[in-house]
Every structure is written in C-alpha cells, then in structure tokens.
Design a protein around this ligand. Structure first.
Ligand code: TTP
Ligand code: MN
Ligand code: MN
Ligand code: MN
Length: 327
C-alpha cells in the first residue's frame, strides 16, 4: 500500500549506494522536471547544476512515499534551493513554469532530438569544419587569426563539438567579425542553428575566480551542416544515418587580440586542468586568473601576456603542452 506517513527523512543517505531505489517512482512528477533541468544544463555545458538536479532526482526516486509538502524536503540530502523552488512550484501549480519554458525553447528542442553520442565529431570532421570557418573568416578579414582550441587542440580523436578562437590583429576590429562570419555561413545555407552572445567584457574588472562564470567575450554557439563530400574519408556516420550530411556543434569565441593568450589557455581545457590552474594561481600565488586576464593581488597589477608560455611563466609554472592538459 502507498505509504503516506513519511519514514524519517533524516535517515535518507546522500549516497545512492546506501539507498534502496526500485523502478517504482513515487515522485515522477518532480523527477521528470529535474531531468529536464539537468538535461538543459548539460546541453549548455553547465556540469555543476546538471549534477545537482540529477542527485536531487535520485534522492526523490528512493522515497517510498510521495512528497506532499515542502517542509519534508528540508531534511532530505542533495536538495538545494533551486530544486526546492521547483518542487514548490509543482506542489502549488501542478507544473513548473521554468521547466515549461525550457521545453518550449528552440535550442533545447534541436539539441534534444540528436542523441548526445551522435554529436561525436571526429578529427577529420573537425579539420573539415576548420576549413569552412577559415574560408568564411578570411573572406571577411584576410589577416584574421583562427585557432583550433578545446579537446582537439589537446590531441583528442573525438569531441562533442569543435572550438575555435577568431580574432584580428587590429584591436577593436574583432567586434563585428563574429556576426559577419555568422551571416556568411547563413548565406551558404549551412547554418542550422545559431546563438550569438555579444561581448560584455569590461577590462577594468578583476578576473573572476569562479570557473563556472566562463567569459565575457563575444561568442556563438552554432550547429552547422557538414556534407560528406567535405570530409576526407567521408563522414563517420552510423549505418542508420546515411543521409549524406550531419549536424555538428561549433563554438566560436572572439576576444580582443591583447587577450588572445588568456582565451587560448582558458578554452584549451580540460575543464579540470583549468579549474586547478585557477586554484593554483589563487592559493599558491595570490593571483587571479580567468579567460580575460591575470591579476597579481600582491602587486595589485594586471600581468600582460601574448603567449600561453608567458602566463605559465607569470605563475611560476613549468610550461605544459596542450596535449599534456587532458586532466
Ligand atoms: P568544451 O568544448 O565544452 O570541452 P572540450 O573541448 O574540452 O571537450 P569536448 O571534446 O567534449 O568538446 O570546452 C572547451 C573549453 O572551453 C573548456 O575548458 C571550457 C572552456 N569554455 C570557456 O572557458 N568559456 C565558455 O563559454 C565555454 C563554452 C567553454
Ligand atoms: Mn563539454
Ligand atoms: Mn570542445
Ligand atoms: Mn565547446
């Protein structure tokens, strides 16, 4: 029978391996909402909040009773403020407005229909995309700087997207570069989806020590149509997917050229390497590092850099090659 009197919530462990979770889910209405929120954060590369919602859902799945009021959730492990708000919304209105908004979001819908495993982009495909972007960038600014970054720069054979930095040798000219590139890809008919974020970069601001804050440069998240004929050796598509093209994710970031080295270091990853680089700077050197700048808290000054090696040197670290940063 459905138990309505909650067992003491204080006995629920934060570890799934100390909970008994069957396929009977008494809190599906909440866990479905959490799953959407987790997925949406995952698609936006926000691993922290994604994990938090997955943990919260997992705790609710283990309960032999249905959550009927908010008070009971206060003593449960792994339920943060955000999760509680969602539960409250559902208890009050029968659904969550935040979740509904995500479900009707165009980007979420596009990303959702293609399973995550299918985004794996091969090295040859990354190379082909590099050629496409290079051609687009050069048509706009012949002396533009285009650099492959992210996992492929670290020597990975596959990635879930391809990351590039684009900028110009003349400071300030990079501002309109990204929108021009987007326009050109659109004209070529290969732009399936685009989300552009204008720069909110403020040079007087101190580097943020929070890694999740990412960066303030102009950037865009694209989904491009890559033709089989553009890839050396052809597309790495599965048997069931022989339509002659595939959708690939591309990240472009466009820093002012004097911030190029910081952006390159920040976008080369891995995420764990970046986190520890920042933590090292803060804890061992009293310096603040992010994708924009390096600040020495002792000297109270910004330290300039034109190469990654300069940044390692400022931090008193031995230089580590990109392919040695797969932490
Ligand atoms: P990702 O492309 O997410 O990761 P990756 O290239 O290492 O791995 P994958 O093969 O799965 O694509 O991000 C690359 C780096 O860029 C990562 O260290 C985080 C950083 N980054 C920022 O600094 N700011 C941003 O806004 C984004 C989206 C990423
Ligand atoms: Mn990623
Ligand atoms: Mn990547
Ligand atoms: Mn990326």
């Amino acid at each position: 029978p459905e138990a309505t009197t909650p067992t003491p919530v204080s006995t629920v462990s934060q570890y799934a391996c100390q909970r008994r979770t069957t396929t009977k889910n008494n809190n599906k209405i909440f866990t479905d909402a959490f799953e959407v929120l987790a997925e949406s954060h995952e698609l936006n590369d926000m691993e922290g909040p994604c994990l938090a919602f997955r943990r919260a859902a997992s705790v609710l799945k283990s309960l032999p009773w249905t959550v009927q009021n908010l008070r009971v959730t206060e003593d449960l492990p792994c339920l943060g403020e955000h999760s509680m708000c969602v539960i409250e919304e559902i208890l009050q209105h029968g659904h969550s407005f935040e979740v509904e908004k995500i479900l009707s979001d165009e980007r979420y819908q596009i990303l959702k229909v293609i399973p995550r495993s299918k985004w794996a982009v091969s090295k040859a495909e990354a190379q082909a995309l590099g050629n496409i972007i290079d051609e687009a960038v050069r048509a706009i600014t012949p002396d533009a700087i285009l650099t492959l970054t992210g996992g492929f720069r670290r020597g990975k054979d596959f990635g879930h997207d391809v990351d590039f930095i684009v900028t110009t040798p003349q400071l300030g000219k990079e501002e309109r570069l990204l929108t021009s590139v987007i326009d050109r890809l659109k004209q070529q008919g290969i732009l399936l989806y685009c989300e552009y974020q204008a720069s909110t970069f403020d040079e007087s601001k101190l580097p943020s020590h929070r890694f999740e804050a990412m960066d303030h440069f102009a950037k865009c998240f694209l989904i491009l149509r890559l033709e089989d004929s553009q890839v050396e050796g052809g597309l790495q598509t599965a048997e069931e997917d022989r339509r002659g093209w595939r959708a690939v994710r591309v990240d472009l970031v466009s820093p002012p050229v004097d911030r190029y080295a910081f952006t390159l270091l920040g976008w080369s990853g891995s995420r764990q390497f970046e986190r520890d680089l920042r933590r090292f700077a803060r804890m061992e050197r009293r310096m603040l590092l992010d994708n924009h700048a390096l600040y020495d808290k002792t000297k109270k000054e910004f330290l300039a850099a034109t190469t990654e090696k300069d940044i390692f040197a400022h931090l008193g670290l031995e230089y580590i090659e990109p392919w040695q940063r797969n932490a």
